[in-house]
Write a protein that binds this ligand. Sequence first.
Ligand code: HC1
Ligand code: SF4
Length: 574
Amino acid sequence: MLNIKINDLDLQVSEGTTILEATKQVNIKIPTLCHLNLHEFGIVNQTASCRVCMVEVEGRPALVPSCSELCTDGMVIRTDNIRSITARRMAVELLLSNHPYDCLVCPKNLECDLQALASDLGIREIRYNGEKMNYAKDTSSFSLVKDPNKCVMCRRCETMCNEVQTCGILSAVNRGFDVFVGPAFNLDMVDTSCTYCGQCVAVCPTAALTEVNNTDKVWDMLNDPKKHVVVQVAPAVRVAIGELFDMPAGTISTGKMVSSLRGLGFDAIFDTDFGADLTIMEEASELIHRIQNGGRLPMLTSCCPAWVKFFEHQFPDLLDIPSTCKSPQIMLGAIVKSYYAEKMNMDPEDIVVVSVMPCLAKKAEAARPELTKDENNNVDIVITTRELGLMLKEAAVDYAGLPESDFDSILGESTGASVIFGTTGGVIEAAVRTAYEWITNETLEKVDFEQLRGFEGIREGHVQIGDLNLRIGIAHGLGNARKLLEEIQAGTSHFDAIEIMACPGGCIGGGGQPYHHGDMEIIKKRQAAIYQEDRNKVLRKSHENPYIKKLYDEFLGKPNSHKAHELLHTHYVP
Ligand code: HC1
Ligand code: SF4
């Protein structure tokens, strides 16, 4: 152990501790900007580029960045003296000197780390008002907008994209004053192999990277009397949206969320969880079929569109291994435009499907040509959890004070199995609950498969189903997924089924969720809420959903039937 002193407090820290980590042990706050240390998810950005966390170390002539400087025995540190504070202010003032001053209309207004720093450091005038970068915004993709003029070169997005997700899209473009982070040769995002996972957006401290805002499109549809506007909401939204209205992280607000959507004027409020139960019907059938007929194993889950894009771009030789199931959002959209339209005696052209997702990739997914049918999109508009929050704020909704209400019949009923789709490990656990009963014809008494849960980036769990020992792999984060795919390529994978979600923690950590500002405890609380919501459900196995049974009886026939294939399955493109 090392003995150190911080602001006159004596403490002991272990070898390898940075000054910033040491200060946290004694609740001393040092402001940071570029720093990001989410080590439980394998995410560390320690570029020490912003110079905001400077502190004084006795005996050192220059100030040091506390995020990267390691403690040494006998170190005496001062974090709150005028010299350190002045240096921090200067660092922020210099960043502001090359920043557009449009905070009032900026998409990150009140959510921007740079804005918060300027406020906390008492910066009340712009002393250095010189030349500014003047690049065009990149609005080429369906998912995210890149505004280089707001880039502060913290490189958090770069760490996320290159080290955590191993996509390698983002790096420094240009040099000196003109530098910003973007794709090589400043290509448009749409011309890169970006997966649109949105993790760059999740960690960007400013509005250099934000989602494409579709809220005006939704308002337009809600105000068009000729349109029947249906909304569906993803599993992970209900455990996070409360954070936008000052509810503690981990609050489940499903009933309030439904009421809020009803208040906005949607004609029907359906649950993507219904789509998830439907996905399990198809995916569990496909898995059993592959196992019993010598099909291609391991089978990979396919509900995360960023993950789908990742394997299409990076592993085009493995396109036959993912499940052919469309994702729950697209399945539900397809059922709304067919079964529901038929039941309501409506022309699908008059129905608009809006999805509320924790995810930016879902925007691009909904626009994939092979997932639209006869030019009548299965899902028309996707907004994120944050965008729904914006709409509710525009409508001055008192979210916390809303009463609870239920999703609409006939596509609003769901089981606990579908709720857990929102966390890493949940999709495959849901599939196992159904596969177990279908293979053994016995009732599964204990539905919680603890061996499939957790936060480790790559996990392995075995499930005994009769004579079958099902070997399951789980990865979250695309860098972890890459490792499992490389094993498959090398012929060394021993799994029968693998679940992959692109975002740390799964959809609960999606790029469209309320900003976590680097606090991973928030994602853990959302995960606990997901499992609680599962326990709250009377039915916890997808195949027990009575409305799913009805859908097959009245419309689809059996899982993997011709009609089910036509509506619910897809193919992949290299
Ligand atoms: Fe997800 Fe899914 S769980 S992919 O993360 O399979 O977005 O929440 O909606 O489609 O159900 C996202 C979440 C979501 C789909 C489901
Ligand atoms: Fe979207 Fe979920 Fe995939 Fe993240 S893990 S990209 S939120 S589907």
